[in-house]
Ligand binder design. Structure first.
Ligand code: ADP
Ligand code: MG
Length: 559
């Protein structure tokens, strides 16, 4: 047996680790299971290149709770460590890694909520354990070793009996961390962080029904056998090639990601790039309708199949946080604050790649099956319109698939709309006047008069429509959008037929008096020459810009 002292700069790092990471104690399990996974994958690699001359087999990782003895075990069948490696990787390197981490982030990290994203590694075990043991046997022909450390810088290193290759980590759970002796809590953590890790993880056993023999009696109970309860799916859809997946596989994976979500996604986008950065993932468009306030923490971020966070703010453009799915990238720096992320060059590239992929997918969906795309439009338009407002590149690309429906259910792209109305709907300067309604019922008489004159009337009713129109008017310069009940409708060059009021002069006079009294707000204009003499004797209109200003104030900055 040998003992030693970990080379510490600060007198005792362990109490610090413990106190400092208070709110994120649970990540210790992710770290230890990640190490077990790394050790297994390393062995796979070494056997595949002939470096390790052992049988790789079908290794699994096991997590075991021993509530009575107050111990938690994490057992792998990976490469293991020799005594010299324990010295080097656990006593020296892991430790200095932990120390460096604390040094760097102890002042800032706590508030910015980044702790959980950043692995403190092996030493995070001391956040929850009063004593940690490692029993490990290397794949190399060397005796197994047993390392024990009770949270002080002193450790103990002896040889051990273990004959099977791999590492067992034993945590003696501390008095204040007994929650981690509850099976339910451990299952919750494994499901949260390790659900898609690449090596099977066993947590307990379960009973599986055996198929009934052919000659079984009608009321025979099927026999059961006890099998390993594997809590993860080591080969999630996003790690596969799109060509190996069918539509039903994507839908199945969606259900795996969101077991409580019963509605099917509208479509998916498979992300897959390895240069100049690594990123895979699948994004789903859920049925959104007009709701801008949907839960925005549905996209999960992974690093090499380890769950990191479901807050992807700063990594994907804001308008895409309305989508769902998974992004996996080892290239997203997690040990920095959100504001730094937004300025990071690599992250900017990732964000614009994702934006481009989403735009390309929308375009191909539109081109492949326009009727279907039109059907989905009401459910996806919020994302697209919001994207057009907030991302210049997306705005340009959206020209090809953003739709402008009419009150009669025809869908135009902008170029099609322009073509359709350029003869008939311009003002005296040749500016295009696009008429639209926001509420078919409330504005029906205005819509009817406009249609009477042969004008096209769009139906635009998403919550950010004022912002979008403003954006279109500034980017396209020779266009004005005017709601059908707007004053500015009179700027349209009148068509030949006269619309003569049916009212007599006296009636007009009286009506005018009455209206002036009732409508105190001079922001309205009352016209007695009705747009359409058959349906309404007079109209009340309001300047487009005044109404839009009010709306824009109500919906906030928008873009
Ligand atoms: P990191 O995983 O980032 O390298 P850790 O502190 O988590 O840092 O682990 C330090 C080192 O200890 C690992 O790089 C590895 O060499 C060794 N190690 C930890 N756990 C295991 C394990 N289960 N099997 C083999 N080696 C391990
Ligand atoms: Mg690690």
């Amino acid at each position: 047996m040998s003992t030693g002292k970990i080379n510490v700069a600060v007198e005792n790092i362990f109490p610090l680790i413990k106190k400092f990471l208070y709110s994120d104690h649970e990540i210790f399990l992710r770290e230890l299971v990640s190490n077990a996974t790394d050790a297994t994958i390393k062995l796979k690699h070494l056997t595949s290149i002939g470096e390790a001359k052992v049988d790789y087999g079908n290794p699994i990782i096991e997590v075991k709770v021993d509530k009575e003895a107050k111990k938690l075990h994490i057992i792998d069948q990976g490469i293991g460590m020799t005594e010299a490696e324990v010295q080097k990787y656990i006593n020296d390197i892991a430790f200095s890694g932990a120390e460096e981490f604390l040094d760097k982030y102890k002042d800032t990290a706590k508030d910015s909520g980044i702790i959980g994203h950043f692995g403190l590694g092996f030493y995070s075990a001391f956040m929850v354990a009063s004593k940690v043991e490692i029993i490990t046997k290397s794949y190399k022909d060397e005796p197994a070793v047993h390392w024990v450390c009770d949270g002080s810088p002193e450790f103990e290193l002896t040889t051990a009996e273990k004959t099977k290759r791999g590492t067992e980590i034993i945590l003696h759970i501390a008095e204040d961390s007994t929650e981690f002796l509850e099976e339910g809590r451990i299952r919750e953590l494994l499901t949260k962080y390790n659900k898609f890790m690449p090596v099977p993880i066993k947590f307990g056993t379960k009973e599986e029904e055996l198929p009934l023999p052919e000659d079984a009696a009608e009321d025979a109970e099927p026999e059961t056998k006890t099998v390993d309860n594997i809590i993860n799916n080591p080969n999630p859809a996003w790690t596969k090639q799109p060509t190996d997946l069918e539509d039903k596989d994507y839908k199945e994976f969606y259900r795996e990601l969101y077991p409580m979500q019963f509605e099917e996604p509208l479509f998916h986008i498979h992300l897959n790039v390895d240069y100049p950065f690594n990123l895979t993932g699948i994004l789903y468009f859920p049925r959104l309708g007009k709701d801008m306030n949907i839960q925005r923490d549905k996209i999960q971020l992974y690093q090499n199949q380890v769950f990191v966070t479901d807050n992807v703010e700063g990594i994907v453009p804001e308008f895409l946080t309305m989508l769902r799915g998974v992004i996996d990238s080892p290239d997203i720096p997690l040990n920095v604050s959100r504001s730094y992320l937004q300025a990071d060059g690599a992250v900017k590239k990732i964000s614009s790649y994702i934006t481009r992929k989403v735009a390309d997918k929308l375009k191909s969906l539109f081109n492949e099956d326009r009727a279907d795309f039109e059907k989905k439009w009401d459910d996806i338009k919020v994302v697209i319109e919001y994207g057009m407002l907030s991302e210049e590149k997306f705005f340009d690309k959206a020209e090809a698939f953003a739709l402008y429906p009419t009150v009669d259910g025809t869908y135009y792209t902008y170029p099609e709309l322009e073509e359709k109305i350029k003869e008939n709907q311009t003002d005296k300067d040749g500016k295009l006047i696009v008429l639209y309604a926001s509420d078919k019922d409330a504005q029906h008489s205005y819509i009817a008069s406009a249609k009477d004159k042969g004008y096209e009337v769009l139906l635009l009713n998403s919550p950010i429509v004022s912002h979008l129109l403003q954006k279109l008017e500034t980017s396209k310069d020779k266009v004005s959008f005017v709601r059908v009940d707007g004053d500015d409708i009179n700027n349209l060059i009148k068509k030949d037929e006269e619309h003569i009021s049916k009212l007599s002069d006296e009636e007009k006079e009286n009506l005018k008096k009455l209206l002036d009294e009732t409508i105190a707000d001079k922001a309205y204009t009352v016209k007695l020459e009705a747009l359409d003499s058959t349906t309404a004797p007079f109209t009340i209109t309001q300047p487009e810009f005044m109404r839009r200003m009010k709306e824009m104030q109500a919906t906030g900055g928008g873009g």
